[in-house]
Design a protein around this ligand. Structure first.
Ligand SMILES: NC(=O)c1ccc[n+]([C@@H]2O[C@H](COP(=O)([O-])OP(=O)(O)OC[C@H]3O[C@@H](n4cnc5c(N)ncnc54)[C@H](O)[C@@H]3O)[C@@H](O)[C@H]2O)c1
Length: 396
């Protein structure tokens, strides 16, 4: 299979060796993120989809499988059937991609990990921290690479930001201000036929939180990735602004980090004028960094007492690791697909190296993983706990 003759494989070499095979759970007709994953994986041609259970409806799975040109015997009625059957095949999938709504993540990840199949799962990893820990332990015990697609950290500008912070370019971090506003749930979309809104606003399918789970978990992962800060305590107020909503669609979160830095996060799905306004601002004793997902080819670097700088991906010199994730010359926008593709490029590269029996370095493992998944689930739980107790400070 993939193993043939290479070591220290890079993307191109990997392709030459042979493609990995993957299967997908979720991503049926009209689904959002499943198709993003398929296209992102296809961008580098490192893996091909060969199996799937794309929907709870077998007809929808068949329709999606047919459209993707998959063999009918690799289209499955349930994820359990898929995990069981794939594990027995000699040409079984090399990894499973889980892109269902949140409520199925735990069962799906467990089904594949327990049968020795590596997993890439969407965020939030699951509902409960204990479940997340169980999945990570299962992956560790079975020596399986476990990815969780906090995809924004695949962006080269974010890798650059991380490196700048690590090298002390903005001094010691003192304050974080991060926000993720959207406007789409200003309408009662969950009552107007939007599947995505339906499951996100229902605790049975979304979990304990809507906006903190959907958006806040991205912020938590992004800040932890770029700064390395560990949260010490949290004070959160989760709001239900849309009439009749059971779960939050807006949230304000104050944080204290170990070492003394402070932060404020804001998530909203009812913020008029905002499409996908993920913005992070990291302030230090010597400067600051600002990044906005909608203009993600640029990174703003402010050094106290010096002119402000806008670093342009593809034009300005980036540190080599960050640079290696940039694909196009400057001015040709890279964004969401490429960031997701970068997560997969690293993940599949690590899979191949692992199979070749090679030692995996920190660089090889620079993709969001199960530990990040645990942290995300813990973050959501702590925000809900704080809010439910009257927006009091709770230890993290
Ligand atoms: N990383 C990101 O930027 C990002 C963005 C959007 C969504 N997400 C995450 O991706 C997941 C899916 O979100 P979405 O917006 O694509 O949802 P969606 O409703 O658009 O799609 C979900 C798909 O899963 C299928 N499905 C549900 N249960 C299933 C089961 N048991 N077996 C097989 N298929 C099943 C549905 O039929 C549908 O095709 C969520 O966990 C969400 O938080 C992440």
């Amino acid at each position: 299979m993939i193993i043939e003759g290479s070591s220290g494989l890079k993307a191109g070499e990997l392709k030459a060796a042979a493609k990995l095979r993957y299967g997908m759970v979720g991503g049926g007709p009209g689904a959002f993120i499943g198709d993003v994953h398929r296209k992102a994986i296809a961008l580098d041609g490192l893996a091909e989809i060969v199996a799937g259970c794309f929907s709870r409806s077998p007809e929808n799975t068949l329709a999606t499988g047919r459209a993707l040109g998959l063999a009918p015997d690799r289209l499955y009625k349930t994820l359990e059937e898929m995990a069981g059957a794939e594990a027995k095949r000699t040409d079984k999938i090399d990894f499973a991609v889980i892109v269902t709504p949140n409520y199925d993540h735990y069962a799906a990840a467990k089904a594949f990990l327990s049968r020795g199949i590596p997993v890439v799962c969407e965020k939030p990893l699951c509902f409960e921290e204990a479940e997340a820990r169980e999945l990570v332990e299962l992956a560790r015990k079975n020596k399986l690479l476990f990815g969780v697609t906090y995809c924004y950290t695949g962006n080269p500008t974010i890798k650059q930001a991380r490196e700048l912070v690590k090298r002390g370019e903005i001094g010691e971090i003192t304050f974080i201000n991060a926000e993720y506003p959207q406007e789409w749930l200003l309408a009662p979309a969950e009552k107007q036929g939007s599947k995505q809104a339906e499951w996100r606003t229902d605790p049975k399918t979304a979990g304990k939180s809507n906006s903190v789970g959907d958006l806040g978990s991205h912020i938590e992962n992004m800040i932890s990735y770029v700064t390395g800060l560990k949260i010490k305590s949290i004070c959160a107020r989760l709001d239900r602004i849309g009439p009749g909503r059971v779960l939050d669609d807006n949230a304000t979160i104050m944080l204290e980090y170990e070492g003394g830095a402070k932060g404020v996060y804001w998530t909203s799905q009812v913020a008029a004028g905002y499409d996908n306004g993920l913005r992070v601002r990291i302030f230090g004793t010597m400067g600051a960094i600002q990044w906005n997902e909608e203009t993600c080819n640029y990174l703003e670097l402010f050094r106290f007492g010096q002119p402000n700088v806008v670093l342009s991906r593809g034009k300005d010199p980036f540190y080599p690791h960050a640079q290696s994730f940039s694909r196009l010359p400057s001015g040709h926008p890279e964004g969401y697909f490429e960031s997701m593709a970068n997560v997969y490029k690293t993940y599949t590269g690590a899979l191949v190296k692992q199979r070749n029996g090679e030692e995996l370095t920190e660089t090889d493992l620079d993709f969001p993983n199960g530990e990040d998944g645990i942290n995300g689930v813990r973050f959501i739980g702590k925000c809900v706990e704080s809010s439910d107790k009257g927006a009091i400070w709770v230890d993290f």
